[in-house]
Design a protein. Structure first.
Length: 237
């Protein structure tokens, strides 16, 4: 995030944005008008943002990523950021959104937690990316062979005590996956992973006050996807 701001400043700024007030005067929040950029990279439609990421995933899965100069644009990124999408992803070390979608620093605003589920804190970060940074797209990104979903399956089937605070993750994920797990079947894990993604997509789409307003106005799209660990491909749900 750019600059230093107080909690009061965040609340005042995000609420003002939701009401349609301009945020360009809030100290520390660099917006388009502040830095004089006529057309920042994220001044695109949600559809175009999604295409950009899926095209990037196609390159990644084919092992043909674009050549990147990580020093290029570093000075400009020090003063502002214009992410084309936000990703609510799993903390799994095998799933890096910037690599998966073949993007560079500054392109994706990433929020990660084991099990890719939404909390109040993570929601606040996503709201920041949308209301202040103007990201036109949010992707809830699950992945195959998810350990967090496996933990929920084991908890529902065995009810064994989990160490530390892992039960917090399990309890947060349960509501979105219990039906898929109870249904069983050969594809129970895959179904539970997709169910968890869909559950959190719907939660974000209905989240007051910022996301729901932008989503209904079609200024923001919120979609779900599952990353296939074995192939590198992202499957949109």
């Amino acid at each position: 995030m750019n600059g230093i701001f107080t909690r009061r400043g965040v609340l005042k700024g995000t609420c003002g944005m939701a009401a349609g007030a301009a945020l360009s005067g809030v100290t520390g929040w660099a917006l388009d008008a502040d830095v004089g950029q006529a057309a920042p990279q994220n001044a695109i439609s949600p559809t175009d943002a999604l295409k950009r990421l899926m095209d990037g995933n196609g390159r990644y899965a084919a092992n043909q990523p674009t050549s990147k100069d990580f020093s290029a644009g570093r000075a400009a990124r020090a003063t502002a950021q214009y992410p084309v999408a936000s990703v609510l992803g799993c903390g799994d070390s095998r799933v890096s959104p910037e690599l998966v979608f073949d993007q560079t620093p500054g392109d994706i605003f990433t929020v990660r937690v084991a099990g890719n589920y939404s909390t109040v804190d993570l929601l606040a970060s996503l709201e920041y990316s949308v209301a202040v940074l103007n990201a036109p797209l949010i992707i809830v990104l699950g992945h195959t062979n998810c350990g967090a979903i496996s933990a929920v399956v084991k908890d529902l089937q065995d009810s064994k005590a989990l160490p530390g605070h892992i039960n917090v993750l399990v309890n947060a994920i349960k509501p979105g996956v219990e039906k898929a797990i109870a249904a069983g079947g050969d594809h129970m894990m895959d179904n539970a992973i997709e169910a968890n993604v869909r559950y959190n997509v719907e939660r974000l789409r209905s989240s007051q006050p910022i996301l729901i307003e932008r989503y209904k106005a079609k200024k923001l799209d919120i979609v779900g996807a599952v990353y296939q660990l074995a192939t590198g491909k992202v499957k949109l749900l």
